[in-house]
Design a protein around this ligand. Structure first.
Ligand code: SF4
Ligand code: SF4
Length: 323
């Protein structure tokens, strides 16, 4: 099945950001050099005026002011930017840029091909159909790829991570001439092992509960009832009966975060706005004159959508309680 345009754009954005993540330390765009004991930012040394303070050229007041100006304010500014974007559009950074989420989706795809499940923790397999009605790829031999790909990504991450801390050319030279410093080698082996386990067994858990950037974005997004969200035309629920020829729901099947996209927002805390559910619903309903049932809504429509949805859910719960 060819990728919908939205997902092709997302893949390009993810690949571009992954490349930026890898080359940033090479060009001293941002890294902390443990050898020189200071950071680099946009190719310039970034020592917060520490050397001037140690040499007695500035006093403690100015040194403290430098830390606020050059460390706290930029960090707070970056955090405010990330949360501000999430407040309006949700976890776009996660779904469209984050290098960790690219790994999550790649391992998901391999496990799905091998077992029909996105993760070993999924209780039920997904329906063996693509949203366009073609049979989904299922082949146990894909298990042979899962471990090498997870370990390969983990090694790449560990290596790039090391170049954020040690001079990048020293690290790559040491790797290619097998002359890495002992502690660099230990770091690479330990980080590769830990990341391999995380990519294999806990990648969704990390996105949901352990990633500070993700959690801050989710909290910001939840706080804004008018933020962009996957909206569902609940009054057309009957149209979902024929989804995947009656073998399941395409939107549930494709969600890489294992969410149910037709749910209320409060159950979508970890939604990364990847739009896979939207693309799937668009494909399923390509011949439906009314179009897809899922689409992004925002502003007043998002607020009303959520209010309506919550009211209907309460009615359903009350009816269930009376039975
Ligand atoms: S609910 Fe939709 S947009 Fe959110 S993570 Fe799942 S597939 Fe992506
Ligand atoms: S919302 Fe769309 S993709 Fe999801 S079950 Fe209904 S028709 Fe299928």
């Amino acid at each position: 099945m060819s990728k919908p345009a939205l997902q092709r754009s997302r893949l390009l954005a993810q690949m571009g950001f992954f490349t930026l993540f890898a080359v940033t330390p090479l060009f001293d765009l941002f890294r902390y050099d443990l050898v020189e004991n200071h950071a680099y930012f946009l190719t310039l040394p970034w020592d917060l005026g520490r050397d001037d303070f140690l040499a007695g050229r500035i006093g403690s007041l100015e040194a403290g002011f430098n830390i606020v100006r050059f460390l706290f304010l930029p960090v707070l500014g970056l955090l405010a930017l990330i949360v501000g974007v999430a407040w309006k559009w949700g976890r776009l950074y996660c779904g469209w840029l984050c290098p960790h989420f690219s790994v999550v989706e790649t391992i998901n795809r391999l496990m799905l091909a091998a077992s029909g499940r996105h993760s070993i923790w999924d209780r039920k397999p997904t329906p063996p159909w693509e949203p366009d009605g073609t049979p989904a790829l299922r082949d146990r031999r894909y298990w042979l790829l899962v471990l090498p790909v997870a370990a390969g990504f983990a090694f790449a991450w560990a290596l790039v991570g090391l170049t954020y801390l040690m001079p990048p050319f020293q690290v790559y030279h040491g790797l290619f001439t097998v002359s890495l410093h002992k502690y660099e080698g230990i770091f690479l082996v330990a980080a590769t092992a830990v990341l391999t386990l995380e990519f294999l067994f806990a990648r969704h858990l990390f996105c949901r509960y352990a990633c500070a950037i993700g959690i801050f974005q989710s909290i910001g997004w939840m706080a804004n009832r008018r933020a962009m969200v996957v909206g569902f035309e609940r009054q057309r629920l009957i149209d979902c009966v024929g989804c995947l020829e009656g073998h399941g729901s395409a939107c549930d099947a494709v969600c890489p975060m294992r969410l149910k996209p037709r749910n209320v927002k409060r159950w979508m805390f970890a939604c990364t706005q990847c739009g896979q559910c939207l693309s799937a619903c668009r494909t399923v309903n390509c011949n439906n004159p009314q179009g897809p049932l899922l689409r992004w809504v925002r502003d007043e429509e998002a607020r009303q959508n959520e209010a309506r949805f919550s009211a209907l859910s309460r009615t359903d719960e009350d009816a269930g309680g009376r039975q």
